[in-house]
Design a protein around this ligand. Structure first.
Ligand SMILES: Nc1nc2c(ncn2[C@@H]2O[C@H](COP(=O)(O)OP(=O)(O)OP(=O)(O)O)[C@@H](O)[C@H]2O)c(=O)[nH]1
Ligand SMILES: [Mg+2]
Length: 307
């Protein structure tokens, strides 16, 4: 008796049938199948972002262990906890990267102090900077600010000073502000002080060459404010060292983390640092200028006449 149902009989000796065994049943969809990465952004991603909106690029220099990553991690923790005075969080295209650098301090928040809040920065591609992105809204006027902040290893700065290696710093040309991060404890230490100060001078010299004299706004960001206040004499010596090379800088004390929370809270000075880094000197622009016709003027005819 026949059932009317035809059954494909697989011929095991046919090589085409055999090769199909174990292969995917469905074809892989074309197009992006995953969410965009939210790790650090490459310079190309930042340029793309800059093409569509105004982005404030901040150059962050400083020797190893000076506190560069700590400033970024603390900034993220402050803004994500709505504790950065004068600013609110709007967006970040590099949340995972912020989470990575802030992880150490999260453990500390849970009552388990780690040896180090942040770890030494290493880049996956040692020639290309990795940027963190943060979009903030200023309370005073609702202005949105997009910040591109590179987290670089201290060796980049060490090599810039010692061997004048500038190839990796091309991106600095787009920077509006440069932070030079210095360990406040080294500045307060009598033996180490002079060394740090003269290196800041050398760094300014390198930047002068890189920018052919037109250095962007320079800020000396002095970390470890929780270990004590920077003496006025040190600030004076720092600015005097820079003045030798015709460079001016703003000095700002911060404490991204604090071993002395009673006196100086973790995150000290970061609101001021962001405020000082985002005051653009650009004149306020009229977004939609009025084009009402002026009584008596015959603009259109006037326009045709001179063609
Ligand atoms: N108590 C305290 N600790 C700080 C402060 N600033 C930085 N640190 C700690 O100092 C150590 C070094 O800071 P990092 O931010 O990792 O240094 P870095 O400049 O990024 O160093 P590299 O990545 O090696 O170039 C970390 O353990 C930080 O938590 C501060 O103001 N106060
Ligand atoms: Mg670092």
């Amino acid at each position: 008796m026949t059932t009317g149902v035809s059954v494909d009989v697989v011929d095991p000796s046919d090589p085409t049938t055999l090769s199909a065994i174990g292969s995917p049943v469905l074809e892989r969809p074309t197009g992006t199948s995953s969410f965009p990465s939210s790790r650090t952004l490459g310079p190309d991603a930042i340029s793309k972002m800059m093409a569509s909106r105004y982005v404030t690029v901040i150059g962050i220099l400083g020797d190893p262990e000076s506190g560069k990553t700590a400033c970024l991690a603390s900034l993220y923790l402050m803004i994500s906890n709505a504790e950065l005075a004068g600013w609110k969080f709007a967006d970040s295209k590099s949340l995972m990267a912020f989470e990575d650098i802030a992880r150490g301090s999260r453990e500390w928040n849970a009552g388990n102090p780690p040896e180090q809040m942040t770890v030494h920065t290493e880049l996956s591609d040692e020639r290309r900077p990795g940027f963190l992105h943060l979009r903030l809204v200023r309370d005073s006027d609702g202005r949105r600010v997009d910040l591109a902040l590179p987290d670089l290893p201290g060796e980049w700065t060490t090599e810039l000073v010692s061997t004048s290696r500038t190839d990796r710093f091309e991106f600095l040309r787009a920077a509006e502000v440069i932070w030079v991060v210095l360990d406040g404890r080294a500045l307060e230490n009598k033996e180490r002080r002079q060394g740090v100060i003269s290196r800041v001078g050398q760094l300014a010299g390198r930047l002068g060459t890189l920018f052919s004299g037109e250095i962007p706004k320079l800020m000396l960001v002095i970390t470890h404010r929780d270990s004590g206040e920077l003496s006025a004499a040190v600030t004076t010596r720092l600015t005097a060292e820079l003045a030798k090379r015709d460079v001016a800088a703003t000095v700002l004390a911060v404490a991204p983390f604090s071993d002395n929370d009673e006196q100086v809270k973790a995150g000290f000075g970061l609101d001021e640092l962001i405020a000082a880094s985002t005051t653009s000197d650009l004149p306020a622009m009229e977004f939609w200028p009025s084009s009402d016709p002026v009584e008596g003027s015959r603009s259109y005819i006037g326009y045709r006449r001179d063609r």
